[in-house]
Design a protein around this ligand. Sequence first.
Ligand SMILES: Cc1cc2nc3c(=O)[nH]c(=O)nc-3n(C[C@H](O)[C@H](O)[C@H](O)COP(=O)(O)OP(=O)(O)OC[C@H]3O[C@@H](n4cnc5c(N)ncnc54)[C@H](O)[C@@H]3O)c2cc1C
Length: 540
Amino acid sequence: MQRSESRHVPVLIVGGGPVGLALAGDLGWRGIRCELVEQTDGAITTPKMNEVNTRTMEFCRRWGIADQVLNCPFPPDWPLDVVFVTSLAGYELGRIRRPSRAAPIPQGHSRERLQACSQMWFDPILRDFAQSFPSVRLRYRTRLESFEDLGDRVSAELVDLDSGTRERVTADYLVACDGANSKVRDALGIGLTGQGLLGQPLSLFFRAPNLLNDCGKEPGTFFLGIDRDGLWANIRLVDPANAMWRIMAFNSGGRTPEAVDRDALVRRAVGRPIDVEWAGLSIWNRRSAVATHYGKGRVFLAGDAVHQLSPTGALGMNTGIGDAVDLGWKLAAMIQGWGGPELMASYDAERRPVGLRNVAMTTEFFLTQDQYAGGLTAIDEDSDDGRCLRSQLGERLVRDVGAMFRTLGLQLGYRYDESPICVADNTAAPPDEAGNYVPSARPGSRAPHIGLCDGRSMLDLFGRGFVLLSFGGDAPDSAALTAAATARGVPLERVAVQEADAACVYERRLALVRPDGHVAWRGDALPDDAGALIERVRGA
Ligand SMILES: Cc1cc2nc3c(=O)[nH]c(=O)nc-3n(C[C@H](O)[C@H](O)[C@H](O)COP(=O)(O)OP(=O)(O)OC[C@H]3O[C@@H](n4cnc5c(N)ncnc54)[C@H](O)[C@@H]3O)c2cc1C
């Protein structure tokens, strides 16, 4: 089909889950025209995701929507505590204190922190953000039927599911954020590697007002149920204001949804029969897998389409939002004409290792949780044996299973070590540990947060173009880099940073930070060939 016969959009996004919406929003924020198609009407009745992590909150801050997440209907003063219980009405074995959303954020590695914000609130926040840009078009009840990479563009067939109208659209790039069962991934012939299916849990949603109070429990958000048969479920208070709960039983026992005894599950979770209002049930696949490639030609994949993580660690969507942010500025660079021919290939080189890392770490959390099998006969006995067992178990559970709630290293410490568009400086990499974030400005890393004298975070400087940070009063002249960037149309701003602690953390007198907030290069002086540096970081 000739180009003149089709409508053309620079970027066509398939899938309006959180990852597709985040990409549409990021592109809109960068002034790039894009169209997103989503086959459903976008309504979410049984949310999957509940935790928006620190890194995603930093992106929300950049986009100007962090306050909306902070003001979502989850009560600001409700503690996010994680509690190990024999049942909600039974014994409490251990508690991990996590502050409420309104509690002040201590001075540390970020101005943001993980927020409880269910997908039923977060997706609409992302949708409204994306829709606020005239360059973004969101089309619900519209499905991608087929596509073809024509070399210089992608041709796609879309169908309006209400009217049945079919339409052919061409795009410079197609990005599939079409979920774990991605048809686009299949059509590209891209497979998955990893352990694959880890289990088939079930999620049961219900409303039960005053449940915690009636059970005599202190407030908390995430309860892990362990009884005689072992650790069997988590019980999450999704929406305290509307008393909406979700029991996630780790094993659905091969049942169909119709065959699930919902009353028995609630009885086991609560420790006694109660009347509830049912709100939904789903059986889903817990997977551990990463795609062999993150795209092909002009078609790219992001989110669950390329990585499927066990929710232990609350990282699935958060990893996908990281994909969207990596893609956003690169697509913008290509559309605006300053991206080099190798820029898009760096997406796979940067994000696939992060997918592998995050899948490995969250699978490890799942396997740790899976070790607490049955044989705990004394666990609910009011006896010395029972007390002793509960005390020992509580300590172990908080230490071992609790590791999946101490993940700042996992959230902020991912880095693009093998990136072809970052300039390695051959310094030693800090340890990559889930629980421990070590700030580092080593190229490929997230440029660390420093509190600036004017009250802003260092991260507030990054976003639309490259930023050359210079530290101290005697920072070297950088005119050659500015000239090289200008000559190639690469947006670059120089910012002089006076804070002494910034110079210590960044360890060099100059650092070049990319539009996504990752360090591309650092040094004490510009390289002799400033043009070659700009060529490298723009993927030329
Ligand atoms: C119980 C549970 C709890 C979780 N908790 C968390 C958490 O706390 N934090 C976290 O980060 N992650 C969590 N996750 C993971 C998270 O929900 C997923 O990683 C996330 O939803 C993936 O987003 P996505 O946009 O990539 O895919 P999806 O949300 O699956 O969206 C894909 C979209 O593409 C659409 N689509 C597919 N094909 C087409 C087509 N041909 N045309 C048009 N549209 C199409 C689909 O309708 C769908 O809306 C959890 C998951 C589960 C199961």
